[in-house]
Design a protein around this ligand. Sequence first.
Ligand code: AHG
Ligand code: MN
Ligand code: MN
Ligand code: MN
Length: 332
Amino acid sequence: MNDKLGLPVGTTLDRFIMRKQEDFPYATGELSQLLRDIALAAKIVNREINRAGLLDVTGAYGQQNVQGEDQQKLDVIANIRFIRALRNGGEVCTIVSEEEDGVIQTGNTKGKYIVAIDPLDGSSNIDVNVSIGTIFSIYRRLSDQGCDGTMEDCLQSGVRQVGAGYVIYGSSTMLVYTTGNGVNGFTYDMTLGEFFLSHPNICTPKTGSIYSINEGSFNSFPDGVKQYVNYCKENNYSARYIGSLVADFHRNLLKGGIYMYPPTAKSPNGKLRLMYECNALAFIVEQAGGKATNGSQRIMELVPTELHQRCPLFIGSTEMVNKVEEYLKAEV
Ligand code: AHG
Ligand code: MN
Ligand code: MN
Ligand code: MN
């Protein structure tokens, strides 16, 4: 199989990035280098995760993050590794991280890019050997080079992303990303230390029969969501919920399905964060032919006002997202 560029499965990430860059003659290579920096950090975090049980880096770190969550040791390790890789790579001036209260200025004042990142997604699954991930969004800075990135640089709508992707540390480790020209997946070969093109030009099915939602909060779901969940049951859909957004999203992307995190009593605005979870996966799913909304508005058109703001998320196969939106509209 080939991707849109005609590159064969098995092409290395590096060669793929180089070929893609040839498509943009005016590209000066910084975004390509930034993608390489992310891939390097992913390899390092992958190694830490694989050895977590042997290195006593599982379990809680002993502090809470700005989200009020108990940070896990691997949350902190992944955060440090990605920030270090992006700082050393030189292309990123400012970072927004789930694990940092405020923005991180890298000191690369000539860096053209902003990265918003969830260093480790699915932290509750770290100690039980269930798939976890990393999610990232890339923006071009709005402010002039030569100084630190500004809050305006960091609070851009998802439609302004120049790249987005995720790493899934699962039965195999994969990097899936888009720069606005389709979605491609790369599988990591640990013996060679390389990512290889394994899933060229990913297109998500228009519909599916898998729904992912934490039904433990069913009683506090909006009526429209309750009705849609009942619709799924009446149509014998499969309920699949891993508790790691990246893992649920990746399965649904390939097989067709919908992931929902609606408003609940515990999380009135939903639990997931706009800047480094929802926007990144929304960019990917739209590039793959799917849909992502907050139940009524396109995720990527939401205007951020805070770094860690949350929003409801309905994401996956277009016809399934349309269906739950019908129930939500009828509820109003
Ligand atoms: P994170 O580990 O980065 O804080 O994200 C956890 C998220 C997401 O990965 C997952 O789908 C969701 O939290 C699970 O939330 P519930 O346990 O409330 O279902
Ligand atoms: Mn968290
Ligand atoms: Mn997360
Ligand atoms: Mn996280």
